[in-house]
Ligand binder design. Structure first.
Ligand code: NAG
Ligand code: NAG
Length: 338
């Protein structure tokens, strides 16, 4: 009797056999990050602890070279970090952009949330704040990032994110000067997953507390000072314990113009299921930039989740990680792209 009651109840509640709480979900197959977040929840940590620990694991492991130190050198060869964390109960956010010389960007983002009344700190000042809060300042350059940088210099600084300047940025290095007339806008893509693999992570516990976070070292060869979508509230991630959470990855310069994470959460609030919310957020961007590369993960407060993507370079699917009580371990999931 008893096992049947339990099993039948579970089957009735979760007909797809996939939704349960707590839930951790993150972009890309960053399994160790999922495990770190899951362990944090299992050992009594909050959803904020889970998101921070999960993203921090990627910063330490330099996930795909696009999170943490030693990746994505900018035009001057320096690695800089963007990160954010959001508390879906209080709607508090901590974020850092263009953070230099500090490895644990998501930790600094959480410190911004907990030790200031601000939402976002950037650049050298963010680094100084971090040092004052006890984070260690160290060089984020590695042999690998130096090598990526010197290859770029040798290859006439290609790819290059400048436009409407001379000398011609598709062939020459700078310094650049503005052209007198602007050319018609062309969507320039640099199809390389390894310059876009931000970790975005959502965590929801048994009591319905929701948190979201991101961490990235941005775009390889970016113009110094460039901050992407990851630390922007509603773009890189969004969390609201009354509705759910979402996090995005991809062409951040394009995606941040549409606040896809905010849009997805609002759609779930209005009753959309997570997959539909994710798809609609991607479609909204596609209307204007059909060739953009991006993906988004969504979860609602009952632990149902979904994902959607557009044009993942070299792949027809987007892969992400999920851990919940059903799996009790990180599971690799994938979704077909538009
Ligand atoms: C980095 O390069 C330096 C000098 O080229 C070399 O001595 C060092 O062993 C390298 N470090 C790693 C981790 O490969
Ligand atoms: C979450 O989404 C699932 C799937 O659409 C739905 O059955 C469930 O009611 C949603 N939960 C909430 C709280 O809206």
């Amino acid at each position: 009797m008893f096992p049947c009651v339990v099993i039948c109840t579970i089957t009735l509640l979760f007909p797809l056999g996939r939704a349960s709480l707590p839930l951790v979900i993150n972009t890309w197959p960053f399994k160790d990050a999922t495990a770190a977040a899951w362990d944090a929840l299992q050992s009594g940590g909050s959803v904020l602890d889970a998101v921070e620990k999960g993203c921090a694991r990627c910063e330490t492991e330099q996930c795909d070279g696009s999170v943490g130190y030693g990746g994505s050198p900018d035009e001057t060869g320096e690695t800089t970090l963007d990160a954010m964390i959001m508390n879906g109960d209080t709607m508090e956010v901590g974020a850092v952009g263009d953070l230099k010389r500090i490895k644990n960007a998501v930790g600094v983002a959480r410190a911004v949330m907990e030790y200031t009344s601000h939402t976002m700190l950037v650049g050298e000042s963010a680094s100084l704040f971090a040092e004052n809060m006890g984070f260690i300042a160290e060089d984020l350059t590695t042999n690998k990032s130096m090598n990526i940088f010197s290859q770029w210099l040798k290859g006439n600084c290609q790819p290059n994110y400048r436009k409407n300047v001379f000398p011609d940025p598709s062939q020459y290095c700078g310094p650049y000067k503005p052209r007198a007339t602007l050319q018609p806008n062309k969507m320039r893509r640099h199809a390389n997953t390894h310059s876009h693999d931000t970790i975005g992570m959502l965590a929801i516990d048994q009591d319905g507390h929701v948190a979201a976070g991101t961490s990235t070292n941005g775009l390889t060869h970016k113009v110094p000072g460039r901050v992407g979508d990851s630390p922007i509230v509603g773009a890189g991630a969004y969390a609201d314990s009354e509705a759910g959470a979402a996090a995005a990855t991809g062409d951040g310069d394009v995606m941040m113009r549409f606040l896809p994470s905010y849009l997805a959460v609002e759609l779930m609030r209005a009753g959309a299921d997570p997959s539909t919310a994710c798809k609609t957020a991607i479609s909204r961007i596609k209307r204007h930039y059909s060739e953009f590369f991006g993906a988004i993960i969504c979860a609602n407060t009952t632990g149902h989740y979904g994902a959607a993507c557009n044009k993942v370079p070299g792949l027809s699917q987007f892969r992400f990680m999920v851990a919940n009580t059903e799996s009790d371990a990180p599971l690799l999931k994938s979704v077909d792209c538009f």
